[in-house]
Write a protein of this length. Structure first.
Length: 276
């Protein structure tokens, strides 16, 4: 009997202790509960936004390059070691809008020789010559894929041909060193070579050509080389504009400053002679 009473007493004590503990938990200060909930609500997942951003940028660049390489522009007449791989297989299109808005100056030098027939040599000059020094960086005029890096002793010397997303091909001649390889994709403004004086050349300069389907177009008709920008964002290529480009000659650089200096020098010489 005593044992049963003792057992009942212990059970009652245990139930009372549990109820007190539960009640104590329920009666925690309100401020504590609010702080706890606020901490949970304000927790954010631990991430590195810079890493994600860089990964996205890298993926976009890879996609752009893959898309460009798969573009049909790079499929036809590609495996050729000629500057003009098309030969006589193409004619001037009825009309073709060529986007040249992303143009970047290959080298900042001024024009030293224009496009056109050279009676002195009895041949056509299918590009323009831009002043530079041996070792100066030469950059891609537009985004595209390198088709050729080659040497021609009696002509271009070391030269690079790049086919671009807009359909143009550009030629860079008389180089001293290549910085790219065939089938390499480059963005507008990326270094592709170093300037030089190789091949049929009488001094350091960059020979620069623009061609569409192998047809040479006067670069100065597309680009304002004095200011380093395209004349228009889109070059409309057809028989009329092609004819005009063949005869196009950029305005000559101003010689007023030089002439003024010459006059001053003449005056000084005259004054000195008079004094004697």
């Amino acid at each position: 009997m005593k044992f049963l009473k003792l057992k009942t007493l212990l059970a009652t004590l245990l139930i009372s202790t549990a109820a007190f503990s539960a009640d104590a938990q329920l009666k925690l200060p309100a401020s504590h509960t609010n702080q706890h909930n606020s901490l949970i609500a304000n927790q954010k997942p631990s991430i590195n936004p810079f890493k994600i951003e860089n990964n996205d940028l890298l993926l976009n660049q890879i996609k752009e390059r893959e898309a460009a390489m798969n573009n049909e522009i790079y499929a036809s007449f590609w495996n050729s070691d000629r500057v003009n791989p098309y030969g006589t297989a193409v004619t001037i299109p009825e009309h073709k809008d060529i986007d040249v808005s992303e143009y970047t100056t290959p080298t900042p030098g001024h024009i030293t020789s224009n496009y056109g027939y050279r009676s002195r040599f009895g041949r056509m000059h299918y590009g323009i010559d831009l002043k530079l020094q041996v070792g100066d960086t030469v950059r891609a005029a537009f985004s595209g894929k390198v088709r050729l890096t080659k040497y021609e002793r009696r002509g271009y010397g070391y030269y690079v041909v790049v086919r671009h997303d807009n359909g143009l091909e550009t030629v860079y001649g008389h180089l001293s060193r290549f910085l790219v390889k065939p089938d390499q994709y480059v963005k507008a403004g990326e270094p592709i070579a170093l300037g030089g004086n190789t091949g049929r050349s009488t001094g350091a300069h960059l020979h620069f050509e623009t061609r569409y389907l192998g047809i040479p177009i006067n670069p100065a008709a597309i680009i304002d080389f004095e200011n380093g920008v395209p004349h228009k964002d889109v070059f409309a290529f057809d028989k009329r504009t092609y004819g005009k480009s063949q005869k196009y000659t950029p305005a000559r650089r101003s010689t007023k400053k030089y002439a003024s200096r010459k006059r001053k020098s003449t005056r000084r010489t005259t004054t000195t002679t008079a004094k004697k």
